[in-house]
Write a protein that binds this ligand. Structure first.
Ligand code: CA
Length: 228
């Protein structure tokens, strides 16, 4: 299985670094953010598989961040574990009500943290490793490789994510706004035209293998993947 990416949102650098160190050692890819604003940028950039969110952050609370993410289509299912210094039952309930999947009280051992993370990841992604197959195209989410028949094709990271999303949701039309939301995450700095640029790049690669027609433009509505 490819390395799972974990975003650690914590303003206290020594704690954040200690968590990052332990997670890297356990084989996770780690991203760090020191406040909610940079967490949002990280989410949009790299789509973490799980987030550890500290309760007390300088620009907003971790609880508020969690609540906001839960209202967004692209992030509704993001696995989130809240970190807090307070062991009060009231906080725990508030955190879980706010949409966190689990809750861990500081100080915690690396072992406890890892076991919580693994439990939440197991619940979150039961069968994300199956290859996606459509017509002559095959995408393997485990190795991040894409094939047309026997031949492997090379895609940039964004084209790969775009293709993966479209294949997972074949035969449905998505507007540019929806694609930005689902594939890029909600990043206010990205324009809708960006979607067209990446669709064009994706088609250009697929064209060499005579499968560009799988990516269809639906006039006035958006894009659709269909191998039919
Ligand atoms: Ca804090």
């Amino acid at each position: 299985m490819s390395a799972r990416r974990i975003l650690v949102v914590e303003d206290e650098a020594p704690i954040r670094q200690m968590i990052a160190f332990n997670l890297s050692r356990a084989g996770f890819e780690v991203e760090e953010a020191e406040d909610c604003t940079s967490a949002r940028l990280r989410i949009a950039d790299s789509r973490p598989d799980l987030m550890l969110v500290d309760w007390m952050l300088p620009d907003s609370s971790g609880l508020e961040l969690t609540r906001t993410l839960r209202r967004e289509a692209a992030n509704r299912e993001m696995p989130i574990i809240m970190l807090t210094a307070r062991a009060e039952e009231r906080d725990k309930l508030l955190g879980l009500d706010g949409g966190a999947d689990d809750y861990i009280t500081k100080p915690f051992s690396a072992r406890e943290l890892l076991s919580r993370i693994n439990a939440v990841l197991r619940r979150a992604a039961p069968s994300a490793d199956e290859p996606l197959v459509a017509g002559d195209l095959q995408l393997d989410p485990v190795s991040h490789r894409v094939f047309v028949g026997e031949r492997e094709i090379q895609l940039g990271p964004t084209e790969y994510r775009l293709l993966k999303f479209l294949m997972e949701n074949a035969n449905r039309v998505y507007s540019r706004t929806q694609l930005l939301d689902f594939v890029w995450g909600q990043n206010v700095y990205i324009e809708e035209r960006t979607v067209d640029v990446h669709v064009r790049r994706l088609r250009k690669v697929l064209e060499e293998y005579k499968v560009a027609h799988y990516i269809q433009t639906v006039r006035g509505a958006g894009y659709r993947f269909s191998a039919r």
